[in-house]
Ligand binder design. Structure first.
Ligand code: NDP
Ligand code: GDR
Length: 355
């Protein structure tokens, strides 16, 4: 390992390492950090197809060394040696741990793997950062992507002082990652923060999360490409914000003098049914004409009601969400209507099957 003790990074461009860079939040955080002049490194998993759709628009060939400020490396949260190696090579000032098997329902199907990535993966990364700091004397600030799912069945409003009661393997694993992060801060004096983020969405949201599943269907139904939308529990309530706003809070946490934990939320909660009303209504459709309940989408244990109390974050970070519920729904439906219109052109021309 070629690491120098007490490296001074103060007059250099800041370097960030992001796990989960190919995900929704990773893409927005990368854009934000690049506008702030960072050099951004991301860990990506090997897959049989390219999975970089969300960041392709910012990718510059690394041979173009003057312009390529985002660099991608193969790594995995289940592979401790790759984590330590990339930290030693990249020498980041800030590490954002966004990688996760992030689907709550899927975590019931693959609980062991979910725990390995979400809980043990965070521990592996913390340990890689801690041991690197120990060996080199460098300073690294660490962000852990915590979740409102950790509150589970604890009634709202939920703040940093609200007890956790997780309701899925995913949520229990996020609780473990949360406490590992607190422990590394207390035990080793690491600058490590937990962001406890409530649901945040965008046109880049994965298509099997309920908001995007709805807005994709709205676009396709409006264009005559689909008739029905099958969903599970419509009574659950979520505090939905815009991902672009939430990544700013992540960055702000790491710019403070001392490390701490913060709730990030809009403080407004809506049921899935209200989201349906807003999304279908936006294009002049009635959701009740198109939605059917499929019990397959019910979860073994549900989280009924999440609504954050973000007063600490608003006060200490001066953070406030810019995009409200209606604007978020409109932004997502507009995007998915455009996608459906493109699909319709291809279907009409016989290039793809519309079913
Ligand atoms: P996504 O599901 O969109 O992205 C997850 C990312 O993690 C992807 O880049 C994925 O890579 C990567 N990943 C998955 N498994 C591994 C692994 N074993 N090793 C390395 N990388 C892996 O999530 P979001 O962007 O929505 O969320 C970001 C983080 O914030 C997650 O930790 C999530 O649990 C948490 N969170 C999200 C909230 C939300 O509402 N969006 C709210 C609260 C917390 P690939 O592209 O290859 O699949
Ligand atoms: P969530 O998001 O579980 O809150 O986790 P999701 O969009 O999956 O579910 C929200 C609510 O909608 C209900 N629901 C359905 N959900 C899905 N996915 N598909 C359906 O068909 C459907 N029908 C109803 C669910 O039961 C639930 O109540 C997200 C993830 O991004 C996590 O990683 C993150 O930690 C939390 O948000 C905060």
């Amino acid at each position: 390992m070629a690491c120098t003790k007490n490296v001074d990074n103060s007059d250099k461009r800041k370097v960030a390492l992001i796990t989960g860079i190919t995900g929704q939040d990773g893409s927005y955080l990368t854009e934000l950090l690049l506008t702030k002049g960072y050099e951004v490194h991301g860990l990506i998993r090997r897959s049989s197809n390219f999975n970089t759709q969300r960041i392709n628009h910012i990718y510059v060939d690394p041979h173009n060394t003057n312009k390529a400020q985002m660099k991608l490396h193969y790594g995995d949260l289940t592979d401790a040696s790759s984590l330590r190696r990339w930290i030693d090579t990249i020498l980041p000032d800030e590490v954002y741990n966004l990688a996760a098997q992030s689907h709550v329902a899927v975590s019931y199907e693959i609980p062991d793997y979910t725990a390995d990535v979400v809980a043990s993966g965070a521990l592996r990364l913390l340990e890689a950062v801690r041991s690197h700091i120990d060996d080199t004397g460098r300073v690294i600030r660490y962000y852990q992507a915590g979740s409102s799912e950790m509150y589970g069945s604890t009634p709202p409003p939920q703040s940093e002082d609200t007890p956790f009661h997780p309701r899925s393997p995913y949520a229990a694993s996020k609780c473990a990652a949360h406490w590992y992060t607190v422990n590394y801060r207390e035990a080793y004096g690491m600058f490590a923060c937990n962001g406890i983020l409530f649901n945040h969405e965008s046109p880049r949201r994965g298509e099997n999360f309920v908001t995007r599943k709805i807005t994709r269907a709205v676009g396709r139904i409006k264009m005559g490409l689909q008739e029905k939308l099958f969903l599970g529990n419509l009574k659950a309530s979520r505090d939905w914000g815009f991902a672009g706003d939430y990544v700013e809070a992540m960055w702000m946490m790491l710019q403070q003098e001392t490390p701490d934990d913060y709730v990030v939320a809009t403080e407004e909660s809506h049921t899935v049914e209200e989201f349906l009303e807003a999304a279908f209504g936006y294009v002049g459709l009635n959701w009740e004409d198109h939605v059917e309940i499929d019990p397959r989408y019910f979860r073994p244990a549900e989280v009924d009601n999440l609504k954050g109390d973000a007063s600490k974050t608003k006060k200490l970070l001066s953070w406030t969400p810019r995009v409200g519920f209606k604007e978020l729904v409109a932004m997502m439906v507009d995007n998915d209507l455009t996608l459906a219109k493109r699909e319709k052109v291809l279907v009409d021309a016989g290039y793809v099957d519309g079913k």
